[in-house]
Design a protein around this ligand. Structure first.
Ligand code: FAD
Length: 355
């Protein structure tokens, strides 16, 4: 019997594997894809906090561009600019991030099984049984890091996140090393985007269930490129709003499986990483009671920011006139940290407003 089985080798699963293996546990990670990081369904647009989770020497491998501001476009194409006099965010190679995190976990001693899909998870008083399309494994605990449509979550009967968006993106061969992203508010309830990535540009949209994502992607790319120039189109679900509990007797969820995401961008890489740190600090796989400590720890780390983020999320559905008034108040230099929406009420933000 292993100490811990982790399902899913996204950035969150691999980071957890590394941390738990470094604590001296025997960790098995099961990933359904044959290749780590593929298929891609993520922009890799992250705050500078990403470098807290990447060794200095690996930065060049991930770095694609840095961003200092954003142009927001309302439905009738009024434009409002927001910027900082420093880097607000980075555009990184998401496939390489996943590969890097997996290499670190393997170096720490974690065992990886690729191309194997977890189908069933059964927990009892003494441990957890995991059945895949290839075999059967047992562990003291199981971590569901298997993303938005988590099988582990469904198998254990843990509640689903509050709601999901459908994200879609594509790339074009435009050369654009500029440092502003574009955000399009014409998309219903969420937004569309254009991200310069240096030797390419990414376009994307995230829409609520019932909407046609490709239709909205076409609307975003329209005016920039022809539809035939959209390449590598990919899509994925974005969970928002964590459920009341993400733990059971011997199973816990981390990352998108637990909806540890920013409600106003759908970004989940860094919130997931921060939740991993809390899991590694608080969970003792021999003591199921420590799962309560994990629940408390990650909520105290992220919940206030998630609540603040939900206020911004609601603003995407405001009538355009109200959106424009709100954007007008805050346009110009900003003091907000991308992962900490509560910093909108910070001293830095007030200083920026009065400048
Ligand atoms: C279009 C789009 C754009 C995004 N852009 C950004 C962004 O710019 N910045 C940002 O921070 N976030 C972004 N996100 C969100 C980000 O992708 C997720 O928050 C992040 O991937 C979560 O990491 P994770 O490890 O929890 O899950 P995932 O990265 O989803 O990894 C889950 C892994 O589990 C595996 N798996 C699933 N089921 C099973 C199974 N039954 N058995 C075995 N393996 C399984 C999957 O193959 C996958 O490798 C975006 C999402 C979308 C859809």
């Amino acid at each position: 019997m292993r100490d811990l089985i982790i399902v899913g080798a996204g950035p969150v699963g691999s980071h957890l594997a590394q941390k738990m293996q470094e604590k001296g546990l025997e960790v098995l990670l099961i990933e359904r894809s044959d290749e780590i990081g593929k298929p891609l369904a993520c922009s890799g647009h992250v705050s500078p906090d990403i470098w807290d989770f990447v060794p200095e020497e690996a930065r060049d491998r991930l770095y694609q561009n840095e961003i200092t501001g954003a142009n927001f476009h309302t439905e009738s194409d009024a434009e409002y600019s927001f910027y900082k006099n420093e880097t607000v965010s980075y555009v990184i190679d998401r496939v390489e991030l996943d590969k890097l995190k997996a290499e670190e976990a393997k170096d720490a001693g974690a065992e990886y099984r690729l191309g194997e899909t977890v189908e069933k998870v059964e927990e009892n008083k003494d441990g957890v049984k995991v059945l895949t399309d290839r075999g059967e494994y047992r562990a003291s605990m199981v971590a569901g890091c298997d993303g938005a449509s988590s099988t582990v979550r469904d198998q254990i009967g843990l509640p689903e996140p509050d709601h999901f968006y459908q994200g879609i993106l594509c790339f074009s061969d435009e050369n654009d090393p500029s440092d502003f992203v574009d955000v399009f508010l014409e998309v219903p309830e969420f937004f569309g985007w254009r991200i310069p990535r240096g030797d390419s540009v990414e376009y994307g949209a995230a829409v609520p269930k019932g909407e046609n994502p490709q239709k909205w992607l076409n609307k975003i790319t329209d005016g920039f490129i022809d539809q035939e120039e959209q390449r590598n189109i990919c899509a994925g679900a974005i969970p928002v709003g964590p459920a009341q509990t993400v733990t059971s007797e011997r199973v816990f969820l981390v990352g998108d499986a637990a909806a540890q995401t920013k409600p106003f961008t759908g970004g989940g890489i860094l919130y997931g990483m921060r939740a991993v740190e809390k899991a590694a600090e608080s969970i003792d796989v021999e003591d199921p009671d420590t799962l309560d400590d994990y629940e408390k720890a990650w909520r105290s780390e992220l919940l206030n920011e998630i609540r603040a983020g939900k206020i911004f999320e609601k603003a995407y559905s405001w009538p355009e006139l109200i959106q424009r008034s709100g954007l007008k108040i805050f346009e110009g230099e900003i003091g907000v940290h991308m992962d900490r929406p509560s910093t909108l009420l910070s001293f830095d933000q007030f200083r920026s407003l009065f400048r």
